[in-house]
Design a binder for this molecule. Structure first.
Ligand SMILES: [Zn+2]
Length: 495
């Protein structure tokens, strides 16, 4: 009896690709060396999803793509198996996803803007539908200048860690050191901050950008704060070395230049970023360019924004963002200092005179359609809630009425994702300082966060100074916890 020899090449093409999806890149390259049928067969899985972390590998990839594969014909036997596929299809090296990391610590070579643009150009001509995620670690002023000269098509997501050492000092000493109005005339005089936003959102370099993450506090992901508590510490360090409490309330700056790239943006995360000051925020979120497609906006721990001095700009941001996005996060970590009483008085006067700038009022009016809302502010109050305060039901025996929520509080770092997946809306309010004057009373806020069973919103309330925290689910028992305990938990790694 003759023995039947089976090879994985005998599998239908779909199954073969399925098998390949479980193999690592070294496994696939080893398979390619077996014979020319295998070589051809693994081209597609090998090139679909690529991660490149060094300059030399990027050059190698581009060189490989520009060469035609060394095997020109498929064998008659293989032709019989996968008869529906043409040679070109089998040889297809179409890249669907490319993760490109520039400036990793392990890479001694730095790509210039020209090289990067040429490589991305070759890759996108070769694979016109490729989606590129570009990570720029320690983005320097020099590389920013270079990149402004070129276009990087097909980059749909950019993750930037700009090294802003030295720049933030200049900006904080001269808060109006740059004017967006003057940029047209003096391109060379552009400040680092103006250049940074121009590079990301002008639509001239990143022409296909949909998602952006922009930080300046560190040169790579490893340097980012790992929890809210670490982020607060970072903010305190920054504020003690750059105390700007003596500055006046900022006036509205209408001289912004529109960033046309914002029109295509779907996600923007600006975290620990010294370049986001009141002028750039007005230019990004207060101009005539409305980011209609934006579904997620996060502004976290940006030390140039003053929660009270820049209240006008923040209220514009909030009222615009809440009408556009589904997921919104605004974390301002400035905490009360010795000069705080002065600011508290000014804040009280301001919101009395301009109730439309009282952020709690804006949240109450506009947050209904949001899936998730995460706020850390120096002042919050009962005005956030659209329901009246009512005393919490207490049974004559002294026990609060309610049941245990069906969603578990722990593990806390995935609570938000789990709540959203279960169809709940997510709300978190972190009070860094006090209640908005003259409305006082954390207990009243807690009472408002407790809801009837018909609601579908989870509320987490935290009062940082008092180390108090509570979690309120519709019809459920309130869970009390120490704020510090959950704020020191590490963030979920979702990048
Ligand atoms: Zn308030």
């Amino acid at each position: 009896m003759s023995q039947i020899k089976l090879s994985i090449l005998d599998l239908p093409r779909e199954l073969y690709l399925e098998v390949c999806s479980y193999l690592t890149v070294p496994d696939l390259t080893r398979t390619a060396r077996l014979c020319r049928d295998h070589y051809l067969a693994v081209q597609q899985p090998l090139y679909t999803d690529i991660k490149i972390e060094t300059h030399s590998k990027l050059i190698k990839l581009v060189e490989t793509l520009t060469k035609t594969p060394t095997v020109s014909h498929i064998s008659p036997q293989q032709r019989l198996r996968w008869f529906k596929l043409s040679n070109a299809e089998l040889r297809g090296r179409e890249i669907k996803y490319l993760k490109l990391v520039i400036g990793s610590i392990s890479d001694p070579e730095n790509a210039t803007g020209a090289v990067l643009s040429r490589c991305v150009g070759v890759i996108s001509r070769h694979s016109p539908a490729v989606k590129i995620t570009l990570t720029l670690n320690g983005l320097s002023e020099q590389l920013m200048k270079q990149l402004q000269q070129f276009s990087l098509p097909n980059v749909s997501k950019v993750i930037v860690y700009a090294s802003s050492a030295g720049n933030d000092t200049v900006i904080s000493q001269h808060p109006s050191a740059f004017s967006f109005r003057n940029r047209l005339n003096t391109n060379d005089g552009m400040s680092s901050a103006a250049r940074f936003w121009d590079l990301l959102f002008s639509d001239s370099t990143f022409t296909d950008l949909r998602s952006a993450f922009a930080a300046t506090a560190c040169a790579s992901r490893e340097g980012l704060p790992r929890s809210v508590a670490e982020a607060i510490d970072l903010a305190i360090q920054h504020h003690s070395s750059h105390d700007q409490f003596s500055r006046k309330m900022s006036e509205e700056d209408n001289g912004s230049l529109p960033f046309h790239g914002l029109r295509h943006m779907e996600e923007i995360i600006i975290a620990h970023n010294n370049y986001l000051d009141v002028a750039s925020m007005q230019s990004l979120f207060g101009s005539t360019v409305i980011p209609q497609r934006l579904t997620k906006l996060e502004i976290v721990g940006c030390p140039q924004l003053h929660p009270i001095k820049d209240l006008t700009a923040l209220s514009t941001l909030l009222s615009r963002a809440l009408q556009l996005v589904k997921h919104f996060k605004l974390h301002l970590y400035r905490q009360p200092t010795s000069s705080w009483t002065d600011w508290e008085t000014r804040y009280a006067e301001r919101i009395e005179e301009h109730p439309e700038e009282h952020l709690c009022n804006i949240v109450r009016g506009l947050s209904k359609r949001l899936r998730s809302l995460d706020l850390a502010l120096p002042f919050v109050c009962i005005a956030i809630f659209d329901r009246p305060f009512k005393e919490r039901f207490v049974h004559p025996t002294g026990a609060a009425l309610g049941t245990y929520p069906t969603v578990l509080f722990e593990p806390y770092n995935t609570l938000k994702q789990r709540l959203l997946a279960e169809g709940y809306d997510y709300r978190r309010v972190i009070c860094m300082g006090n209640m908005c004057p003259p409305l006082r009373g954390w207990q009243e806020m807690i009472g408002c966060a407790t809801q009837s069973e018909s609601d579908k919103t989870s509320w987490e309330m935290m009062l940082v100074w008092e180390d108090q925290g509570s979690w309120h689910m519709p019809g459920g028992l309130t869970r009390y916890f120490e704020a510090e305990d959950v704020l020191t938990r590490p963030f979920v790694d979702d990048a």
